[in-house]
Ligand binder design. Structure first.
Ligand SMILES: *Cc1c(COP(=O)(O)O)cnc(C)c1O
Length: 456
């Protein structure tokens, strides 16, 4: 291994201490159970249900505005929510393809259908833009909290917000969410895009008048540059995906929505009915916020697992070694090159990884080819169309049931006898904005890989 030392230890020593690292460096798919996971003494954080409720109330205040500014949200009364659906055919596909029995019910949470941004970023990203806008309007005494916020769509407010700008660093979807929302309000927007960003995402933003700056390096650099440029301008607000509590809270609101949906569907979550949630992870804010909210509501009855590409296992690296955001996957010779652009992150959020330290049940990695195979299978079996990143959660139940570590986790937590009552939710994180011809290419590629691997 070239260039040896990472945070004061040689790579060899890191690997000796954490043998799983060796498999990660080799690019193997891995499954990891978090030894620090506990339902008892979780590390305290300055965020809790009160802050999440506050975020939810803010989204309610903005609902009349969103319903007016984005007529697609009218049917949902301006609330940004997504369907939760059973996927029995896909469950059968997984069982056949991976030759494993998956007891319990499998559902998909379709954040790919979230209005406005077509991805999980419609939660955190839009929330933070709205919060900042409310702050500005309140400070300038242009708005009171009991007002009907649909006034924000007036040309008066657009001219007001035009004096301000918003900036963000992104691999694509966060840029889309922030860009679309901010330009609708009237802001000038600048999105700093990493090299992984798909061309169509950049094109879509530019067509909406958003300034897109491109970098030939990865996500962490794009964020760093964006942060630096924004700092020089007092009227520029930088949305900091690596550190933002507001983004995190916007995501966390998802948990109470999910609880309601489960109740409406008569799906129990309790001592005898465990809930497993599988979340694709990039920098960590989205899955971290949602897992945080779910743990507050369901406590020890919910088990959250993160999913990352084999080439970008940044959160797993941070949690496994305890280095959090002090190390990037590249420090260990892992290249951060993946087709799953939404997950192409080499260094996790330190803020989120520290919150997840005791709350996350485990984590696993997936090869890009598997994402494509699942993409075409889900399209075929359930007519649900996702972008590659959004499939990472789909193998979660397979890994849980098929690995020795997964089985150990179930027996340690006394879950073995309860799995027939289990609910597995795969969080689908994006896809509905993908242009039709690009989705056709994804499906085609998935079909090809499926044929090639038929006799795996
Ligand atoms: C951003 C994103 C994620 C992960 O969210 P993070 O906050 O970066 O961890 C997952 N899937 C898709 C499609 C995304 O765009």
């Amino acid at each position: 291994m070239e260039n040896d030392s990472v945070c004061g230890k040689t790579k060899m020593d890191w690997v000796k201490e954490f043998p799983l690292l060796n498999s990660m460096i080799l690019g193997d798919e891995v499954f990891w159970v978090n030894p620090h996971y506990t339902d008892k003494k979780v590390n305290q954080v300055p965020l809790g249900q009160k802050e999440i409720d506050d975020a939810e109330a803010r989204l309610l205040r903005f609902a009349p505005y969103l319903a007016k500014a984005f007529p697609v949200t009218k049917a949902q009364k301006g609330l940004i929510e997504s369907p939760l659906v059973f996927i029995l055919q896909m469950q059968k596909f997984l069982e056949d393809w991976f030759m494993v029995n998956i007891p319990g019910k499998l559902l998909v949470k379709e954040d790919n259908l979230l209005p406005i941004a077509g991805s999980i970023k419609a939660r955190g990203g839009i929330y933070e833009v709205l919060k900042h806008s409310e702050d500005l309007a309140l400070e300038n005494q242009l708005l009171a909290m009991q007002d009907d916020y649909s006034v924000l769509s007036s040309s008066y407010f657009k001219e007001f917000f035009a004096h301000y700008s918003i900036a963000v660093g992104s691999t694509g979807n966060l840029g889309l969410s922030i860009g679309i929302m901010s330009s609708k309000l009237g802001y000038q927007v600048c999105v700093h895009m990493s090299a992984d960003a798909k061309q169509w995402k950049k094109d879509m933003l530019r067509s909406q008048g958003v300034q897109v700056l491109e970098y030939d390096s990865d996500y962490s650099r794009a964020v760093e540059e964006g942060r630096k440029i924004a700092q020089g301008d007092p009227n520029c607000y930088f949305i900091d995906d690596e550190n933002s509590e507001d983004l995190f809270l916007g995501y966390a609101v998802a948990a109470s929505g999910l609880k309601e949906q489960l109740e409406d569907m008569n799906v129990s979550v309790d001592k005898d009915h465990p809930l497993f949630v599988y979340l694709p992870c990039g920098v960590g804010g989205g899955p971290g916020g949602i897992a945080f909210g779910l743990k507050l509501i369901f406590g020890e009855y919910v088990h959250c697992f993160f999913a990352e590409p084999t080439h970008s296992p940044c959160m797993l690296l941070g949690l496994l070694t305890g280095l959090h955001n002090q190390a990037a996957v590249q420090d260990f010779g892992i290249d951060n090159q993946t087709e799953a652009d939404g997950l192409a992150v080499g260094r996790p959020s330190g803020f989120v990884s520290r919150i997840m330290k005791n709350r996350l049940s485990g984590s696993y990695t997936v090869q890009d080819d598997v994402l494509y195979i699942l993409l075409s299978a889900l399209n075929e079996s359930e007519h649900v169309q996702l972008e590659p990143s959004a499939l990472a959660g789909m193998v979660g139940p397979v890994r849980l049931m098929q690995t020795k570590l997964g089985q150990d986790y179930l027996s340690t937590h006394n879950l073995m006898g309860k799995m027939k009552n289990a609910t597995h939710i795969v969080w689908a994180t994006g896809g509905s904005l993908v242009p039709r011809e690009i989705m056709a290419e994804y499906i085609e590629k998935g079909n090809r890989l499926t044929q090639q691997n038929k006799n795996h």
